[in-house]
Design a protein around this ligand. Structure first.
Ligand code: SF4
Length: 352
């Protein structure tokens, strides 16, 4: 209990004044937790403020159309998070009259709310003793208890969840759970943890062993795949072709300039890239002998992949009617702001 109370004391004095901590309103906690998954706090804050201004409560979010929801999320990545928030809000309105349920199991029944988010809402918004384990918590617990099991192995991850739950002091889930996460973000950081001034030093086995940065233990990383890809801004009568990614696919519901993967783990020349792009455009749109021009290059990073996306443009003469099986529109560059894009395609829109 001495460790828990030290941590809570530290949290009370040092917590950052985050907007969702003003009232611990369940909807605000839910939105913040979803935004913070895979995204840094500094990036999230302006998105959070804009979101809460546009959708101040569950009912406002449920009543919105998907396009507006995705537009507001544009640039945050992992768009299924936005779609799930939207679907979850609709369900809360339909089944629970717009009031966020308190019960952990009921929270789990809502689309997009998994064990982590249910634990966050239950403990942070309602102060109930349900566990949360994120990257910060894995690190802090692994160091405090010098746990040597790799956190990439499910069986070991389960042990962290059970351990975290067993540590929650009665009636203090909100401060303890947030305290662990905040402590990992501010003191027990991945590199150079502030051990010399750490208030938990006396409880820390990794410190006693002299190697805090060796924790948490990870399995060897998968090799990064290098991907070469091309995007084509097809222009006709001053407008560009945008296609809609089908719901259920990666980035489903977002708009994009047509793009294709050209090679994996293989370097290809600029000439070869444009030749392949013309060939793929012909296959998809039936366009013959397209004259394409390079516009720029964009690099993007996603799970174990590093992609170089070459952007081309081509002008179609008035009589050519490209065919495509995708749902699509022709949009002028002035209208780009109306369409939700992934960050790579938002960069293409800017280039154009
Ligand atoms: Fe983390 Fe160092 Fe404190 Fe241990 S002593 S909890 S490693 S900051």
């Amino acid at each position: 209990m001495a460790f828990q109370q030290k941590l809570i004391e530290w949290f009370e004095k040092n917590q950052r004044p985050l907007p969702w901590r003003r009232h611990y309103e369940p909807y605000a906690v839910w939105v913040s937790e979803i935004m913070l998954q895979q995204t840094q706090m500094d990036t999230v804050l302006p998105y959070y403020e804009r979101w809460m201004k546009t959708f101040p409560d569950v009912k406002a979010l449920a009543a919105s159309d998907t396009k507006k929801v995705l537009k507001l999320w544009e640039g945050l990545g992992y768009y299924s998070r936005a779609r799930n928030l939207h679907a979850g809000a609709k369900l809360i309105v339909e089944k629970f009259g717009g009031t966020m349920p308190r019960d952990f199991q009921t929270l789990l029944s809502i689309k997009g709310i998994g064990r982590y988010t249910a634990g966050a809402i239950s403990s942070i918004a309602f102060n109930q003793p349900d566990p949360i384990v994120d990257g910060n918590v894995f690190r802090v617990l692994a160091r405090l208890f010098a746990l040597t099991g790799s956190i990439d192995i499910q069986k070991n991850r389960e042990k962290f969840w059970r351990l975290q739950e067993s540590l929650i002091p009665p009636g203090q889930a909100r401060d303890f759970n947030q305290g662990l996460m905040e402590f990992g973000a501010l003191v027990c950081t991945p590199q150079n943890p502030a051990c010399p001034v750490c208030p938990l030093q006396a409880f820390c086995w990794a410190y006693k062993k002299g190697d805090p940065e060796a924790y948490p233990v990870r399995s060897p990383r998968k090799k990064t795949v290098q991907v070469e890809a091309a995007a084509l801004a097809l222009k006709k009568d001053g407008k560009y072709l945008l296609r809609l990614r089908p719901v259920g696919s990666i980035m489903g519901g977002l708009w994009e300039f047509p793009e294709w993967k050209l090679a994996r783990d293989k370097k290809i020349t600029a000439h070869e890239k444009s030749r392949l792009t013309v060939k793929l455009a012909k296959k998809e749109f039936g366009t013959n002998g397209l004259a394409i021009k390079p516009v720029g290059k964009i690099r993007r990073n996603y799970t174990h992949h590093l992609e170089t996306l070459d952007v081309f443009t081509a002008e179609l003469s008035g009589t050519v009617q490209p065919k495509t099986r995708w749902k699509h529109v022709w949009a002028s560059s002035r209208d780009f702001a109306k369409y939700p894009f992934s960050s790579a395609h938002a960069k293409i829109a800017k280039l154009l």
